[in-house]
Design a protein around this ligand. Structure first.
Ligand code: SF4
Ligand code: SF4
Ligand code: SF4
Ligand code: FES
Length: 378
């Protein structure tokens, strides 16, 4: 296979490809921007949104770059007039498909008030969409300079589902891109959701169209992370915080030894949301329910800030020096009276490998016992 054979032309540039690469992959590798909505890296492309259409010389119609493999001699244009027009119509259709009441819906529109009242009736909030400023569709609407008033608006959607502690499903803002289905089925392999019904009735369903809480959903939140619009949003931050108000700090999840990389989203020095860091391993964006949603304890007033010693059945706050001395005295006493093997040490997956190593060293070298174990074995 020579170089010339495996080469295509995109926007006048001759580019090499490897067998099986799609036009989109070749373009991305060469920093040529092709917009996408449904494409989810690492999963089988579905070609459902048609945002990534490109013009291929000799082809009768526009083709989706995320599904078409590159082939030798192909000549592709990613930004021709025909391509731009097609993308504009796609965005306009999606904006008209539901409650897309962000600013890109033409605010001079005579029926704006009626529209906004409908949205208010639907989700009980008179603010603009909860993901205003953090939405792929809104970004594209600005980029392609289109509003949502070209086509008649879809007026009804199944009601908002908010009967679980973690995720709000807003069907009125779902663009049926299918990324959540791929994330749940192909990335997390939880198989909790899929497309249901047909035509205008199409929606993403769980367990025969029951709430997520009554399905196989484990509330990992992968689907929220990949949803490009405001259809899936964290319950505890929806309408309470805007993306631009938060500072994002990269950190490591403290719940277990996997060490998932996360972004802590903080407002006024309080964590309001956690997302997985997509650019880094070991998790590449995926998290479990604890890592994504279990952060309330960080700002809890009930957190211990000082050691406690139980005296006469009641806990008493003491200094670290006193607590350590108390533990040392009692361990020595037990060891002297009953021998080293009367003591056992249990460590935790919530501390680091280094801390676990120190704990076993302490047990064997100081307490002189091999009675050391770890909760991960339970
Ligand atoms: S989901 Fe996106 S496009 Fe729709 S209203 Fe919200 S911000 Fe606008
Ligand atoms: S939270 Fe996780 S398991 Fe539940 S639907 Fe979303 S991706 Fe699937
Ligand atoms: S819920 Fe979000 S990710 Fe799932 S199909 Fe709808 S828009 Fe796409
Ligand atoms: S990104 Fe290619 S069809 Fe949606």
């Amino acid at each position: 296979m020579n170089e010339k054979k495996n080469s295509i032309v995109i926007n006048g540039h001759s580019l090499n490809f490897t067998q099986g690469e799609t036009i989109l992959q070749v373009a991305q590798r060469n920093n040529i921007k092709i917009p996408t909505l449904c494409y989810l890296k690492g999963t089988a492309p579905t070609g459902s949104c048609r945002m990534c259409v490109v013009e291929i010389e000799g082809a009768r119609s526009l083709m989706t770059a995320c599904t078409v493999p590159a082939s030798s001699g192909m000549v592709v244009k990613t930004d021709s007039e025909k391509v731009i027009q097609s993308r504009r119509v796609t965005i306009q259709l999606l904006l008209a498909s539901g409650n897309h009441n962000c600013a890109i819906r033409n605010s001079d529109n005579a029926d704006w008030t009626d529209f906004q009242l409908n949205v208010h009736d639907y989700d009980g909030n008179d603010n603009l969409c909860p993901v205003w400023g953090d939405c792929r569709l809104q970004d594209l609407a600005y980029e392609y300079q289109v509003a949502g008033d070209r086509f008649p608006r879809a007026i009804s959607s199944p009601p908002v589902e908010d009967v679980n502690p973690f995720i709000i499903r807003d069907f009125s803002r779902c663009i049926l891109c299918g990324r959540c289905v791929q994330a749940c089925n192909e990335v997390q392999v939880n198989l909790a959701i899929n497309f249901g019904y047909r035509g205008a009735e199409s929606k993403i369903i769980a367990a025969g169209d029951r709430p997520l809480k009554d399905s196989d959903c484990v509330f990992c939140g992968e689907c929220i992370q990949v949803c490009p619009v405001g259809a899936l949003v964290e319950k505890n931050s929806r309408y309470k915080v805007r993306d631009w108000e938060t500072e994002k700090v990269k950190s490591t999840c403290a719940y277990c030894g996997v060490g998932c990389q996360i972004y802590l989203h903080a407002k006024d020095n309080k964590i309001v949301k956690v997302t997985g860091a997509e650019e880094t391993g070991p998790n590449y964006g995926s998290l479990c329910v604890k890592g994504r949603f279990g952060f309330d304890f960080i700002n809890s007033e009930k957190r211990l800030t000082n050691p406690l010693i139980k005296e006469n059945g009641n806990f008493k706050e003491v200094s670290w020096d006193k607590a350590l001395q108390y533990a040392a005295d009692n361990l020595n006493k037990i060891k002297n009276e009953n021998g080293s093997n009367s003591i056992g040490v249990l460590t935790s997956a919530r501390i680091t490998n280094e801390e676990n190593y120190i704990a076993q060293k302490f047990s064997r070298a100081v307490l002189k016992t091999n009675n050391i174990d770890h909760c991960a074995r339970l």
